[in-house]
Design a protein. Structure first.
Length: 232
């Protein structure tokens, strides 16, 4: 029994949490949890690039948010390792009252004064799913992936805001933040290393960086009027 416990505590497992690739969204809406939003041609190239980057890694489990863009991003990674893509609702995009609307300063949903009340509390936030709730579900999803790939590596494909929030929690930063400063570029990997059940380090990489338009890279200010401020 003691030997089993010691072995478990010494297991090193890496859970890579990937943001999906670029989405075909000609209307420029905040698509949120809406169905029917698929990867663009560029987004598929991003997914393929990350699959190539991870081809030699010891990946034994691939899981994604149920939304099409996440499932499509996960597919080439799973294929490269002879795996199926599992689905976990806890990896889904954050809920948002502006879903289906365009959103920008001085245009879109904010042209209607009735929507301004949703911006009253950025600390919760008042426009959507509480940050704390996102932490709870994302930590549970990471734990499930860790257990499925114990001693190996897993890939979870999710969405910008939930990834940034769980990383902020693990790194002991405040959860409320400037959305323009999230380090979570399209097709990026935020990698959590576990020793046993405990996270011991967090890494970040952008295998498809050269494919990402400059204004959408980590830390870049969004294009005026773009609906990127609340995740994607």
């Amino acid at each position: 029994m003691m030997d089993d416990m010691t072995q478990s505590e010494n297991d090193i497992t890496v859970v890579h949490v990937m943001r999906h690739g670029e989405v075909h969204n000609p209307e420029g809406v905040l698509y949120g949890r809406l169905p029917g939003y698929h990867l663009s041609d560029l987004g598929r190239r991003m997914a393929d690039r990350v699959a190539e980057h991870l081809a030699d890694r010891d990946i034994t489990h691939v899981v994604a948010s149920p939304l099409e863009r996440a499932q499509e991003t996960a597919a080439p990674i799973a294929k490269a390792h002879g795996l199926d893509v599992a689905s976990d609702e806890r990896l889904i995009e954050a809920a948002n009252v502006f879903q289906g609307k365009t959103f920008g300063v001085g245009d879109g949903a904010l042209r209607k004064p009735g929507n301004w009340r949703h911006l009253a509390n950025p600390f919760r936030p008042s426009w959507g799913e509480p940050y704390v709730d996102q932490v709870v579900r994302m930590m549970a999803a990471l734990g499930r992936a860790r257990d499925a790939a114990r001693g190996h590596e897993a890939v979870c494909v999710s969405h910008q805001l939930p990834i940034w929030i769980v990383r902020s929690f693990v790194e002991r930063r405040r959860l409320w933040h400037d959305p323009r400063r999230r380090q979570c570029t399209l097709a990026s990997l935020t990698s959590f290393t576990f020793r046993g059940d405990r996270i011991v380090s967090v890494g970040y990489s952008e295998p498809a960086r050269d494919l990402v338009p400059p204004h959408l890279r980590a830390g870049a200010k969004p294009v005026k009027g773009a609906s990127k401020g609340f995740g994607a």
